[in-house]
Design a binder for this molecule. Structure first.
Ligand code: ATP
Length: 272
């Protein structure tokens, strides 16, 4: 389904990526091995989820790909080129939408362009931003301020802001973690639809196994720290994903497999 790029290079390739943090404590320093030999490829249009116990190194992996922190070993390539720092082709989104409260929703969406290329470029991109807001069901709120939006609407606005620069790769760290369960499920459906319509390539860190399965073409399951990828599970469910799939046998087999990898077969808990 996801044909390799003609030049043979995947969109993203991690090869034996490691991260050691140095932590200073009471005059002494110790080393934390947060990510260990992390290797995987992502092809264009693939959505991947990263799951693992709290503190296993998921955010660390995302931050290294984003170029926010350097890897201490291994290599990260975007479209065959080594990544050495922040890259304009990568869009990032965190748990809190962090919209500027004094700017309208439209002005918030245009902010990354204004910062990178100036006000003229932001003005020229208004139509593109409006199309994104339309797609996210927010056209009516383009001129509202963030305080007038619900949590789910604010997250959708943040997704539009991430997409407005047309990044090649999206990195999302617990993007829907602060939302109630009902809104979160709706956001999963919306997000999948938006990604599909734009052939987006994305990695989503999540604590919800269900969310991981629902969104992804591949789920990467990480071990406790130092986080290694213990298994890549290809999710062979049709797209678009729909809410009723969550109760299907196939879906629940995936959830169970991931759950057992994370908890060694313990019962209960769909969140990690
Ligand atoms: N800047 C830092 N300096 C020192 N140690 C850090 C730093 N950032 C993270 N760590 C440590 O690295 C390990 C991995 O952290 P990370 O945030 O990547 O985990 P995570 O899997 O995303 O956790 P969670 O699911 O709880 O958000 C943790 O033990 C954490 O304490």
């Amino acid at each position: 389904m996801h044909a390799p790029r003609p030049d043979g290079a995947p969109i993203l390739r991690l090869t034996n990526v490691n991260k050691h943090y140095r932590r200073a404590r009471q005059g002494q320093s110790d080393i934390i091995h947060a990510a260990k030999d992390v290797s995987f490829d992502l092809e264009r249009g693939q959505l991947a989820s990263l799951v693992g116990a709290s503190g296993c190194g998921k955010s660390t992996v995302l931050k290294m790909i984003a170029g926010l922190i350097p890897a201490t070993g291994g290599e990260i390539q975007l479209k065959g080129d080594k990544l050495t720092g922040p890259n304009e082709q990568i869009g990032i989104m965190f748990q809190q939408p962090t919209l500027l409260p004094w700017r309208s929703v439209l002005e918030n969406v245009l902010l990354p362009i204004e910062i990178r290329e100036g006000r003229g470029a932001a003005k020229a991109a208004r139509d593109r931003a409006m199309q994104l807001l339309q797609m996210a069901g927010l056209a009516e709120f383009a001129h509202a301020v963030p305080g007038e939006l619900s949590g789910g609407m604010a997250q959708r606005a943040a997704i539009c802001r991430m997409l407005v620069t047309q990044p090649e790769l999206l990195l999302l760290d617990e993007p829907f973690g602060a939302l109630d369960e009902f809104t979160r499920e709706q956001m999963n459906v919306e997000f999948e639809r938006i990604c599909r319509s734009r052939e987006a390539t994305a990695i989503i860190v999540t604590h919800s196994i269900q969310e991981a399965v629902f969104l992804a073409d591949a789920v990467f399951v990480m071990s406790p720290r130092p986080g290694r990828i213990v298994k890549r599970i290809e999710i062979d469910l049709p797209r678009p994903r729909t809410s009723d799939m969550i109760t299907s046998t196939r879906f629940n087999e995936y959830v169970r497999e991931i759950h057992d990898l994370l908890f060694g077969g313990e019962k209960e808990a769909a969140h990690v």
